[in-house]
Design a binder for this molecule. Structure first.
Ligand SMILES: [Zn+2]
Length: 394
């Protein structure tokens, strides 16, 4: 059977097609055609705002700016934005673009796509990390999404707060070694958890931590003891991926395993858990667990529904119903955390606590020229973790 071209390729766009404006809703193409035909090309400002956040999140993390700037640097526009990794609230503009409307109208679809998904993933990761505290959170969900997106997903999971990512290519993107333990497949190939672990220890370089997966063939308690006896001090952790159908009370299973290991002098062995872990599980498991592999909950995080709306035309405030017209500033106080969205004037303002407000919506791009230095993922991540420390999750 012969395959036509469409069947013989990944069903994804070429990056060049995104830059050329091909990933656009057709109504923008049609709008461009009409504006050109009628000679209409006003200078406008448009802003990106989320009126509501998913799952009643009280705040979210702005992410995806680096990619959005990579796209927008090809356009003759000015951009102001919050820095990547900024906390923001509903109704605060996270980004504003200014230019002739014909120059950017077909890019709205792609720009929104870049920030909506990235911000959702980063926010979800931030929430998990805040819940987990000092316990480790690893991004394990690449396998639930299109592989082309894996580095993007894991990069945003990392800047949001994940301690590590699983995919090799994602590790390269963020500049960190990928994290992983062993799959059930390795154990099934050997026919024994202990034999698989011994081979793992035998073959892999010493810097890789020895972590045994212990839910493949036998009861968790007895398998814990088997692997502890086999590797002793060298065993860093055990991972419980216990199928939900066998979990019963997962906390009690973990507690029993901890007891039995501690009794025999294996209290150094840490506990990692994976498999369908949700935000609400973290609080229950935290006292007994040292790390989590989080899959779908982060990789398939709800998106932040930003909209792009024109709010100024030829210098005059003008916006659709339900949106506030005019260009805006977003002010924040470093001392007390108070924030304000105000019209885009040049005045200085003091917070009610006495400290000077500073602008968090700042010029980032001007006709292809970067006006800010892009930060390393590890630095963005640190900024996120610092800024969410005092914030509530509900
Ligand atoms: Zn203040």
């Amino acid at each position: 059977m012969t395959l036509n071209r469409r069947m013989n390729m990944f069903h994804t766009a070429d990056p060049k097609e995104i830059i050329n404006g091909k990933i656009t809703d057709v109504y923008f193409d049609r709008t461009l055609k009409i504006l050109k035909a009628k000679g209409l090309n006003p200078i406008v400002r448009g802003e990106f705002i989320a009126k509501n956040l998913p799952e009643k999140w009280p705040w979210a993390i702005f992410a995806g700016l680096e990619e959005a700037m990579y796209l927008m640097k090809h356009l003759p526009i000015r951009v102001r934005a919050m820095k990547e990794g900024s906390v923001f609230y509903p109704y605060e503009p996270v980004m504003e673009i200014e230019g002739r409307y014909q120059d950017f109208c077909v890019y709205e679809t792609a720009i929104l796509g870049l920030i909506c998904q990235a911000s959702g993933i980063a926010t979800k990761a931030a929430r998990f990390k805040k819940l987990a505290g000092n316990n480790l959170i690893a991004s394990f969900g690449a396998r639930r999404m299109h592989p082309l997106l894996a580095p993007m997903i894991e990069r945003n999971a990392y800047i949001g707060g994940c301690d590590g990512v699983a995919v090799v290519k994602s590790g390269e993107l963020i500049g960190e070694d990928p994290m992983g333990t062993m799959p059930h497949a390795l154990i099934i190939c050997f026919g024994s958890t202990v034999e698989a672990l011994k081979a793992y220890d035998d073959v892999l370089e010493p810097k890789i931590k020895r972590v045994a997966l212990i839910d493949t063939f036998l009861d968790e308690k007895f398998e814990c003891l088997n692997v502890a006896e086999a590797l002793g001090r060298k065993l860093f952790a055990v991972r419980f991926d216990t199928p939900s159908s066998r979990r019963g009370n997962f906390y009690r299973i973990l507690e029993e395993c901890r007891w039995e290991l501690d009794m025999r002098g294996y209290s150094h062995i840490k506990f990692y858990v994976s498999g369908g872990i949700k935000e609400e599980d973290i609080q229950d498991l935290n006292p007994i667990v040292n790390g989590y592999g989080i899959g779908t909950s982060i990789s398939n995080a709800p998106v932040v529904d930003y909209a792009m709306d024109i709010m100024e035309v030829e210098g005059e405030p003008k916006a659709k119903r339900g949106k506030w017209s005019g260009s805006k500033r977003v002010l924040s106080c470093r001392k007390c955390g108070e924030r304000k969205t105000i019209p885009n004037d040049k005045k200085r303002y003091l917070c009610s606590c006495g400290r000077k407000f500073y602008d968090i919506l700042i010029p980032v791009l001007e006709k292809g020229k970067y006006l800010i230095r892009l930060e390393q993922p590890s630095k963005i991540r640190k900024g996120v973790l610092d800024s969410i420390k005092p914030l509530p999750l509900e």
